[in-house]
Each structure stands twice: as structure tokens, then as C-alpha cells.
Design a protein around this ligand. Sequence first.
Ligand code: FE
Length: 153
Amino acid sequence: MYKYVQVQEKAPQNAGETGIRRYILSLDNHVSIQEALMAFCKEKQIFAGKVGGLGAVNSATFRFLDPSTLKYVDKTFEEQMEITNLTGNISKKDGIPYLHLHLTCSRRDYTCIGGHLLDARINGACELFVEDYCLTSAGRYQDPDTGLNLYKF
Ligand code: FE
């Protein structure tokens, strides 16, 4: 589902700091970004971190939360697109890694679409950088006012 290399492991330097581990990932062609990244986070037990990357997909599903109704609107685009930016964070919810990902991708005509990413299927390649902040206290809770899963430190 993925190949990876760890590029850095840094121990805490001062009291109150956490360590950090950095990885480069190459996800396999045709896999789900959400599934592959989740599998990696579970393998490495990453519960707080940062994700960035690029690549190409042929399907992407976004979710829009209407703040006035707190209703979700999901939309899937089935076409070949370049990932111009994948950015996100990793936290912990219900005892397992929780991914919050946003994707911007460009279409054949070079216009871009993007938003909160539910999932996307790779068609070509997907190269990610993952930072593990070696912290287990970055939890989430469902906030009733916004409808969002907000950080709970
Ligand atoms: Fe979001």
C-alpha cells in the first residue's frame, strides 16, 4: 500500500518538548489516500503530526460543511487531476489516528478545485511527507456549536 523511509528522528531537547520523526512516503498506485495514510499512521502509531504532499488522482471526494445548517454536502469528481497540494494533520480520536486532510488539485484545463478531503484514489503517484510529533494528547471532540471535531488538548 506504501513504501517509506524515515529521514529523521530527533529526541526531545528540553523538558516539556516531544521528539519528532520525519518520513517520506510513496503510496502505491490506485490505492485510497485515506486508507493508505491511515494504515501508515497505525503502523507507526502516529497520533499527532503533519502531512504534506503531491501526486495525481482520478477520483476525489470533498466535503463541505454548511455552517448555517451544520449539514454536510459531499461531492465526488471522477477525472484525472494533479494534486497541487495535499495538506493535513494527524491527531487521535477514539484511540486511533485521526486524519484531517485538505486537497487542492488541478484539472485538464488547469483550473483547480479543492476542499476538505474525504478520500481520493491515486492514478499515477502520491508522494507524502509525514512528521510525527510523538505526542498522544492531541485528541478530538465533537463540538456542538460548529459541528466540527475540534482539538482537545
Ligand atoms: Fe477540514
